[in-house]
Design a protein around this ligand. Sequence first.
Ligand SMILES: C[S@@+](CC[C@H](N)C(=O)[O-])C[C@H]1O[C@@H](n2cnc3c(N)ncnc32)[C@H](O)[C@@H]1O
Length: 332
Amino acid sequence: MISPYCNQIIQGDCLKSLQQIPDNSIDMTFADPPFNLKKGYKSYRDSLALQEYLQWCEQWIAEMVRITKPSGAIFLHNIPKWLTYYATFLNQRADFKHWISWDAPTSPMGKTLQPNHYGILFYAKDAKQLKFYEIRYPHKRDRKSPYLLKDYGGKKSGLHPFGSLVSDIWTDIHRVKHNKYRDEHPCQLPIHLLERLILMTTDEADVVLDPFSGTGTTAIAAKRLGRNYIGLELDHDYVEISRQKLARVAANSKLGDYWVSFYLDKVVTLRDNDWEYLQNFFHLPTQPEQIDAMPIRLKSTVPVPITFENQDSSDTTQLTAQPVQNCQTILF
Ligand SMILES: C[S@@+](CC[C@H](N)C(=O)[O-])C[C@H]1O[C@@H](n2cnc3c(N)ncnc32)[C@H](O)[C@@H]1O
């Protein structure tokens, strides 16, 4: 029997739902839990006592590790304060890979340094078996001129035509700023942040699970990239918003046969291994100086897929494209 959770957003307490999921069955788990910062969620009180919060976190983190496959990746998004506790706990159960620093300014908090990044802990269930792909993002450029931000001096000839390999500091993805992309939810993540993590650690038809699904960001990213998803969420309204959004999303984030991540009409993440094929879709610079002087562009004949951000909400044409139904690995 294929899991009834396959490609669903399940309403309820994630701890109960997680217990229904077999050991070693999910390819990638990602959690963006409440940060215990008194955010105004509809069904959850975001202000637990310190020990209560940490004990609760330990329970769902242990479940995440249990259900992740030996080849799978575990990601935890939070403010640095809580990630220090998570890391201590996780170090006993999984293999540390990276602390990704996502440069995204938060509100001033009084007598502190201005918090300017969120962390994403990246653990492998088993580092020796981890599925991992190197990924690239477009070179960083000046906002007002097309030139590269960094001076590569004599090393320009070694520049990759598309962009740099992604490091553990991510400065190119902004928080959701425009109201038209915002749901009635206090802390929604950008879809292309999740797409980067998914491209880095999963293949088509793999299963991605998010125990704090919110308004469905992880599920949407997974569906766009031809992966299967499972979202768990306490609040009925957030679940409804997610389901409505998912109905408007197709598995179409591709150039030809290869999955890439778009933001609006630009490719923002691709796999290094796929470049030999993907380069055919771009106007390639012939001289290193051209990489310095202008951003790489898709050929005008390449259709940009309709994505959630650029779709007209009345357009239902893409509803026919469904993700691959392949949750056979999770039998329950
Ligand atoms: C930080 S938000 C996640 C936002 C999500 N990443 C997005 O982009 O929409 C945390 C979510 O966890 C949900 N939540 C809180 N306790 C939960 C529980 N026990 N089980 C499932 N979801 C829970 C909240 O309702 C909230 O939507």
